[in-house]
Design a protein. Structure first.
Lengths: 163, 328
């Protein structure tokens, strides 16, 4: 989100505090100070991860601090995993395969690169999934596992890092 | 220490040669291949036997069987290195039982009996006060069992991941490096002597799964069976899969993975970052143990080979010599 606040001591900290109060996690803070600006305001861009449903509360708290919110850009799905699928992807209805993930509501397919060497030969694709968090990603992969088994596709999953 | 050697294929030959060459204090009193046997309680002339085997195909008298050697020779430890039969474990299973009943220590490279009958055999060994050691069954020369049993003995092992089949790793390495098809890479692996004439067990992931079963039973004693492992091989991989993986700075490796807390027990090709410690080249093997105190430990080494496997077997024999009372 992009914020505008008074350029006076303690303001930035005051604007950041509500984020942790609502259980959010700050990923980056970009702090612009226009040298020839005489508006006595400060523009700050903050990238943060917020638990579901806490945004309204944060907006209220920020307003109470006298911070003006210029813009809120939402990226709901932050967790990414890439898999490879091999098999008759088109003949087994690729759009259905994608839809089975998208229709979960907590995960979606955000990128597909595909290679189809010849008609009737197996094709290979690299598929990137996005989900709201690690647990949802596990559920999304479980859906994909099931679909792959149904359609006789070979699913190559990424290696998890820790147990 | 007196030993009887059953099996004179690549591994058996390597063991015999290294015992003769390095003189680690092991005397062979019995030796047998699939067709013949020889007993000499004063000590067999290893060089002479290997030469006879090379020229005639027999190591001894065809009237003497492996079973005769096991039941009649005077030895402390049975070195059992016959080929693996993953379905029945035989004839090795019978050999090992017979020697255990005679209160002889066992050192084996044979995956069949250990994967199929670990519980029974280890109980039988314990009852008879002897050792059952099988370092060579998993990871070739890598001292994984010694590491688990000694170095990490105070740790809880949380997870095991490994590249346990050198043939698959060679094929995947070549597919990634040269853009070969699976068939081309397999042919090359055969020419290099990394793949058997019938590579089914390797490329379908069964060999890696058997090794995973042995690891799981050793670490957690949980009675894991081959059927419990979710197995996918590498034989359906396309060159495009490796190319697409490469675009994301990843590659593909056949990974055996066991995490009891998550009920994960599987062997499957996995997408893995190229700088990951399990991404090793050629026919190497690697095993990562995730533990509570030591955290992650990764061992990398030669997964097969005559002398490399002999390293694991001789290590087991000398461990027994140093940790068990020697009987007359």
């Amino acid at each position: 989100m992009k914020l505008e606040m008074k350029d006076s001591p303690g303001q930035l900290v005051a604007a950041l505090k509500p984020i942790s109060d609502v259980g959010g996690n700050i990923i980056a803070v970009i702090h612009h100070r226009e040298p020839d600006s005489d508006t006595h305001t400060l523009n700050v861009q903050i990238v943060l991860a917020l638990p579901e449903g806490r945004l309204d509360k944060l907006v209220t708290l920020l307003k109470e601090q006298g911070v003006h919110i210029q813009r809120i850009g939402k990226e709901r799905l932050l967790y990414k995993r890439t898999v490879i699928l091999i098999g008759h992807l088109m003949h087994t209805d690729l759009s259905d395969t994608v839809d089975r993930i998208d229709s979960t509501g907590f995960a979606e397919v955000c990128e597909i690169s595909m290679s189809m060497p010849a008609i009737n030969e197996r094709s290979t694709s690299r598929v990137t999934l996005k989900a709201t968090n690690r647990v949802d990603m596990e559920s999304a992969l479980a859906v994909l596992r099931k679909v792959s088994a149904e359609k006789s596709l070979l699913l190559i999953e990424p290696l998890e890092e820790t147990a | 220490m007196k030993a009887a050697l059953i099996g004179l294929g690549s591994v058996g030959r390597g063991v015999a040669e290294m015992i003769a060459q390095k003189k680690p204090g092991i005397t062979l009193t019995g030796i047998a291949d699939s067709k013949s046997g020889r007993i000499c309680n004063e000590g067999i002339d290893i060089a002479a036997v290997l030469e006879t085997k090379r020229t005639s195909g027999f190591c001894g008298d065809t009237a003497i069987s492996a079973h005769d050697v096991i039941t009649n020779a005077d030895y402390d430890v049975l070195i059992e290195v016959t080929p693996t039969n993953a379905l029945t474990g035989e004839p090795a299973l019978g050999y090992i039982r017979a020697a255990l009943l005679r209160k002889k220590h066992i050192v084996t490279s044979n995956k069949g009996p250990i994967a199929l009958a670990y519980k029974e055999l280890s109980a039988l060994a314990k009852k008879n006060g002897v050792a059952l050691r099988y370092e060579a069954t998993v990871g070739g020369a890598i001292p994984i069992m010694h590491t688990l049993e000694d170095g990490l003995c105070g740790n809880e092992i949380v997870a095991v991941r490994g590249v346990l089949n050198g043939t698959c790793n060679y094929i995947l390495t070549r597919m990634a490096a040269e853009g070969l098809t699976y068939e081309q890479a397999l042919m090359e692996a055969r020419e290099m002597g990394y793949a058997e004439a019938d590579p089914t067990y390797d490329v379908k992931g069964i060999d890696a799964a058997i090794k995973l079963v042995i690891l799981a039973n050793t670490i957690w004693g949980n009675g894991t069976k081959l059927d419990d492992v979710d197995v996918t091989g590498i034989d359906l991989l396309t060159p495009d899969a490796l190319r697409l993986a490469e675009n994301g700075d990843c590659t593909i490796r056949l990974i055996a993975e066991a995490i009891p807390a998550k009920k994960i027990l599987r062997v499957s090709p996995r997408l893995i970052a190229k700088d990951h410690s399990l991404v090793i080249e050629g026919s190497l093997n690697a095993i990562t143990l995730e533990t509570d105190m030591a955290k992650e430990i990764t061992l990398i080494g030669k997964g097969a080979g005559s002398v490399e496997t002999a390293s694991a077997i001789i290590g087991d024999i000398l461990y027994i010599r140093d940790h068990y009372d020697r009987r007359a």
